[in-house]
Design a protein around this ligand. Structure first.
Ligand code: MN
Length: 329
């Protein structure tokens, strides 16, 4: 378990005056969006000059929950005032932080705060709070707000719960510990609308996504004596369905939702790389090692890589060979 920096370090950083820009990783998931939007709402309500930037497009499940949020820029260039400090949320390294399109250099940035729960976080900020024992970055922020002494808006609680729900797969993944459940209960106490979140996140998927999941399942293949299930997602199939990458967050779960395989793998051939997503049945089966060997990273049981030097068949073969190795340890 990696623990670097401290909540006190994060608090001291945020207590310093000056404008703040909240950023997260490329292709933001529920935790990235929930962390940026929740913290933005709380800081602005407390009178802090803050802006948030997400590249988008956001999946419908999130945009539906997202009314006009002052200070939030999705895709559009935000103002970058001088003396800006960056708060990087849920992101392992400065390279992976999605910067706004009008970002040129680090010229205007005096400081960076890195708040994250990924075990491979590089502690890249001038101030750092990394705790890989936490189920979600949003859960860390739920702890940070009271420490900052700012008002805990029910809207912020809702967005933190979105992050926590998505990073725990709706409290089904192995990272759902007592602390995660306690944080969820606290967020509900603070006004998060759990029923609306669950309905919006899990029961209102576009029909086309369900159809895509059905195709993926029908095309699934097995390797390593049935211990690995994998499928290939063709970008043309996505386009035909009218879905974007954001709309298929978590689609790999359809491959691990049945008894048998220990690891699920999903391959997508993009123009510049092959995207490999990996999920394992338990943190003891370290798919992060395979992701690292492929040039990527992630959590023990949920990891991925963008493989640039191999075509689809070669990337598949290499991934399966690496999986065979960790499964025979
Ligand atoms: Mn996360």
């Amino acid at each position: 378990m990696q623990y670097t920096g401290s909540i006190a370090e994060a608090r001291r950083f945020l207590e310093r005056p000056g404008p703040l820009l909240l950023l997260s990783h490329q292709r933001p998931d529920g935790d990235a969006i929930g962390s940026v939007v929740g913290l933005l709402l709380a800081l602005r309500a407390a009178g802090r000059e803050s802006i948030g930037y997400l590249k988008g497009p956001l999946a419908r499940r999130y945009s539906r929950l997202l009314p006009e949020t002052p200070g939030l820029f999705v895709g559009a260039p935000p103002p970058l005032p001088p003396g800006l400090s960056v708060v990087a949320l849920d992101t392992t390294s400065w390279e992976r932080v999605e910067k706004p399109p009008n970002w040129q250099t680090a010229r205007d940035v005096v400081n960076v705060l890195d708040v994250d729960h990924h075990p491979d976080n590089t502690a890249f900020g001038n101030a750092v709070w990394v705790d890989s024992g936490k189920a979600a970055t949003a859960a860390m922020l739920a702890e940070l707000l009271p420490a900052l002494g700012v008002q805990f808006l029910s809207e912020a609680a809702t967005w933190f719960l979105v992050g926590l729900v998505m990073d725990t797969g709706g409290f089904r993944f192995a990272n759902t510990d007592a602390a995660a459940l306690r944080t969820a209960a606290e967020l509900v106490d603070r006004g998060a609308d759990c029923a609306a979140i669950m309905d919006g996140l899990f029961f209102r998927e576009p029909f086309e996504r369900r159809r895509l999941e059905s195709d993926l399942l029908a095309s699934a293949r097995f390797a390593c004596d049935g211990r690995v299930v994998y499928a290939v997602l063709d970008p043309a199939r996505l386009r035909k369905a009218g879905l974007n990458q954001a709309d298929i967050e978590g689609v790999i779960d359809v491959l691990r939702g049945f008894d048998g395989p220990l690891v699920a793998a999903l391959f997508q051939a993009q123009p510049e790389f092959v995207k490999v997503s990996l999920r394992s049945r338990s943190p003891q089966i370290r798919v992060d090692r395979v992701a690292h060997a492929l040039g990527g990273g992630g959590h023990r049981a949920a990891a991925g890589a963008e493989v640039r030097d191999l075509d689809l068949p070669a990337a598949q073969a290499k991934t399966i060979e690496l999986l065979e190795r960790i499964l025979s340890e």
